[in-house]
Design a protein around this ligand. Structure first.
Ligand code: CTP
Ligand code: MG
Length: 224
């Protein structure tokens, strides 16, 4: 709960993990003996502001994940839904299961980001409660190059004006539901959740994320 409003964490975990090139599900790969997904769920289990968790999974992972959740003593996972083709589809399907449960604030977080910390979750929730939508982000450390077409002229955007978007991203539920509905009806597909609100001209607050909150994407991320 934040300001008396119920908070549901939606965790998309139904990706194919193509860039990791693993045989099974990327989010079930062990990190120091504990599956990535379980590490992520533990953070939300221990976050006092988060009431419920809804998980999107590949159907073939559901039985094993239910066992892992029980074994880890996790109590906040209310519902598991089959994920969709793209990340946005998985979020939409989980959201459909989450909102009828009466959550007034939805926080979306990639299962593949197990190093998220509670302070970041709290900051994003507070900002979404105040402004409607919020995203955790960090400043790029490298110089950015923009190449409109391969081999074309380069541009160097001012990195002090750029952000690298992470999750968590949080919303007042009706704002995300409305943005999702409009994305579906216009065929828009975003690689993150706040972009659905941005394109409607909606207000999105950026809050400081963490450089530790990496998304485990390729094999070298596992080594790091
Ligand atoms: N995800 C999902 N449903 C999809 C695609 C992705 O729930 N159809 C989830 C992933 O499981 C992950 C998060 O969205 O927790 C971020 O996606 P990403 O890191 O891109 O993971 P994958 O899509 O699995 O990896 P890849 O893009 O390399 O295939
Ligand atoms: Mg992906």
């Amino acid at each position: 709960m934040i300001g008396g409003k119920k908070v549901c964490a939606v965790i998309p975990a139904a990706g194919g993990g193509e860039r990791m090139g693993a045989a099974g599900s990327k989010v079930l790969m062990p990190l120091g003996g504990v599956p990535i997904l379980i590490r992520t769920l533990r953070v939300f289990e221990q976050a006092p502001l988060v009431d419920d968790i809804v998980l999107a999974l590949r159907p073939q992972d559901q039985a094993l994940v239910e066992e892992l959740i029980a074994g880890a003593g996790l109590t906040k996972v209310r519902k598991i839904v089959p994920g969709g083709k793209e990340r946005q589809d998985s979020v939409r399907l989980a959201l459909a299961a989450a909102s009828p449960r009466g959550a007034e604030i939805i926080l979306v977080h990639d299962a593949a980001r197990p190093f998220v910390d509670r302070a970041t979750i709290d900051r994003v929730l507070e900002a979404a409660f105040a402004s409607g939508a919020a995203v955790a982000a960090v400043r790029p450390k490298d110089t950015l190059k923009f190449e409109e077409v391969p081999g074309g002229t380069l541009q160097t955007p001012d990195r002090r004006k750029c952000w690298l978007a992470q999750t968590p991203q949080a919303f007042r539920t009706e704002i995300l539901l409305d943005a999702m509905e409009r994305a579906v009806s216009t065929g828009f597909e975003g690689t993150d959740d706040v972009s659905l609100v941005e394109r409607l001209g909606g207000n999105v607050t950026i809050v400081e994320g963490s450089y530790r909150n990496i998304k485990i994407t390729t094999p070298e991320d596992l080594e790091i």
